[in-house]
Design a protein. Structure first.
Length: 144
């Protein structure tokens, strides 16, 4: 069956990203994993965590995160969003997490999506805490 005969799940990287954050907010592992690519390597780093590779490790990490079942919501502030030749897209943003109207976490995230025959899918999510106020002046080398 040609590309025209297949239903594209996410028609754009933005649509895939919206589905990612909706699944995150709903704490829905199945919806979360529909966003991730099935036919390409995938990678994920949660704040303070190790590099996770492959759908199995990524799915298990989301299951553990969602076990808390604590209702929260996000405020997303985009710093960069770009699509390249219909092949891949990158977004860089600040995620502010709220629990009952109180900020419980601020995370810098980079998300990478690729265009596939089944539509746009996530291949990488990397989230980390923002640097502290004295991090650049601490004398420690900047590694990247």
């Amino acid at each position: 069956m040609g590309r025209e005969g297949k239903r594209l799940m996410y028609r754009s990287a933005t649509e895939a990203e919206d589905a990612f954050y909706e699944a995150f907010a709903q704490q829905d592992v199945e919806a979360m994993m529909r966003v991730w690519a099935e036919d390409r390597p995938v990678f994920c780093i949660h704040p303070g965590g190790d590099l996770l590779t492959g759908r199995g490790e990524v799915e298990e990490s989301w299951k553990q995160i969602f076990q808390a079942e604590v209702p929260f919501h996000f405020e997303l502030e985009y710093h960069y969003r770009e699509e390249y030749d219909g092949q891949f897209a990158i977004s860089q943003l600040t995620e502010t997490l709220y629990l009952r109207h109180h900020v419980v976490g601020i995370v810098l995230a980079t998300n990478v999506y690729c265009g596939t025959d089944e539509g746009w899918r996530m291949i990488m999510h990397h989230a980390s805490p923002p640097p502290g106020p004295d991090a650049p002046e601490s004398g420690m080398p900047v590694l990247h």
